[in-house]
Design a protein around this ligand. Sequence first.
Ligand SMILES: C[S@@+](CC[C@H](N)C(=O)[O-])C[C@H]1O[C@@H](n2cnc3c(N)ncnc32)[C@H](O)[C@@H]1O
Length: 341
Amino acid sequence: MEREGPRSASSAPPSSLRWEILRGAFLARSTPPSSPHASSQVDRKIISRRTSSHFNMIPRHFISENFSGALDVPLEVRHSDSKRDISVLYKLPVMTAHSLVLTQRMENEVDLKDFEISNQFNIDNTGLLCCWPSEDILAHFCLKNKDIFSGKKVIELGSGYGLAGLAIAAGTDAREVVISDGNPQVVDYLQLNIDTNIRSFGDKKVKAMTLHWDQKLDSCMLSSFDAIVASDCTFFKEFHEALALTVKSLLKNSERSTAILLSPRRGDSLDKFLVKVEEIGMRSEVVENYDPAVWQRHLMFLSGEDKSWPNYDEDHFYPLLVKLSFGDPTEAPFLQTLPGN
Ligand SMILES: C[S@@+](CC[C@H](N)C(=O)[O-])C[C@H]1O[C@@H](n2cnc3c(N)ncnc32)[C@H](O)[C@@H]1O
């Protein structure tokens, strides 16, 4: 029963997927062990374990309600009021950066209201389900290559809980960071997460924004970003063109600007997205091995040497690095520090 998150998203209409995820969430919480649904509950646990597996490039710890601030985390706001939320501490592997504390839903906590909002805004709620493995890698990649953000204006698209955007804000010398998602509920979490970690950002302008790729962009945003980052956002074929056009509209029309996407291949989904990119006149480059540590973990999951991710499936979980730009992505000066060039 492959039903969680973006995994099956490309093959069914969005509304039926939303209801399938909702049904799954209700079954997982309400089915007694002896009921006919008990075996699907077991399947679900296996799937849940799989999606909650991570590359763990940014070490994380769940923190309890009586977390007292003994950790060196300068927080303004520590907890949301909701019983279904958890706080997660992400230890950024950068000397100068503080750790980040993010409020997230407990994994797979979705309810009827979430689906009403999804339908109302024509958006999925995969961003509420968890922080996906690609986001962890994107945050790591951005911190490891932090020089490429120096003095730049950056936006994260489809950010979910925004780990990568927040890591750029806390751990690089970016000038301004906008963290965006098309789901207004996700943006509420983003705003809380920005408020919580505000003291880690120094003088940088950091803001959350509701940005649906189908929406008309504010004229002040057009051609204004030096860099765009996004993770696991190419799985919905119905939004391929809108996402590609959003990237093209937001990015400064310069050889020096670029978008960095981390995307698992997910069947033909990534390839189809890249066709759209070409159709709208942008250039792309795909790099498979862009970071030695990530590559090493990928190989260990694949071989089974690392057993922490049973049934690891590279097509769905190993994100490829996709660079989009107006000129030749391999020649853009902004990208010259990236591995693979
Ligand atoms: C699989 S989640 C990835 C979230 C996050 N980047 C991560 O990797 O944890 C896809 C995200 O894209 C957002 N999204 C999907 N379609 C969108 C659209 N048309 N416009 C803006 N955001 C969208 C969802 O709300 C969700 O947060």
